[in-house]
Design a protein around this ligand. Sequence first.
Ligand SMILES: C[S@@+](CC[C@H](N)C(=O)[O-])C[C@H]1O[C@@H](n2cnc3c(N)ncnc32)[C@H](O)[C@@H]1O
Length: 229
Amino acid sequence: MEGNDSPDMSTVSRHRFGDDLEEPAFSVSVIENMKEEYGLFVWPCSLVLAEYVWQQRLRFSGASVVELGAGTSLPGLVAARVGADVTLTDDSSRLEVLDNMRRVLDLNKLECKVMGLTWGAWDASTFSLHPKFILGADVLYDATAFDDLFATVTFLLQNSPGSVFITTYHNRSGHRLIEFLMVKWGLKCLKLLDAFSFMPSYKASGLRGNLQLAEIALDSEQAETTVLR
Ligand SMILES: C[S@@+](CC[C@H](N)C(=O)[O-])C[C@H]1O[C@@H](n2cnc3c(N)ncnc32)[C@H](O)[C@@H]1O
């Protein structure tokens, strides 16, 4: 593939959405590079979040969406396909990941903004974001990055009242990770789902592990308590 350091490692994967496997409502193609560790691979959490966006498409149609740590960006691409106004973001220093997003947008003839957004770092473009939905697939994998990630998530939730962070994660430890983070950051979990409870069987059969989806919002009661103290 032109402009790619390792053409032999690039593949295009096709992802179908819709109830009818034979006649999907639409499909999205993603360019992956198997040599890359993180941002150029479609992680299972991304398949789960993309399917959730499709199933919840009426909420996303016409809404403003920011995807954090988007990598190959499948959930954001599905949101754009169902009519959302989408900004795809990833670490500002990962130029190859941001370039790949632009190639994938061209491939699918979709229009989204592409922006470098490193968790825990702020610039003028971060302040201009007012998403109704913040998406993050497999962004909870490195405990040393949780504080930076949740600093950004909490800022975006505050910058856009009524907004929600929807994240899918692989709960490898089995610990109550989400509950711990909610208390620490003054957030509340509106919904916590096992991925297998809503994935269609033809997609679920290829997934392994404890994959969860959480919808998270600011906890106004916790915030008030903090102010009163
Ligand atoms: C496990 S990958 C998940 C990629 C994609 N969301 C998926 O599920 O296929 C983690 C993503 O987070 C991005 N990332 C890691 N640290 C980051 C940071 N400090 N700021 C912004 N993005 C970061 C990586 O570049 C990568 O794209």
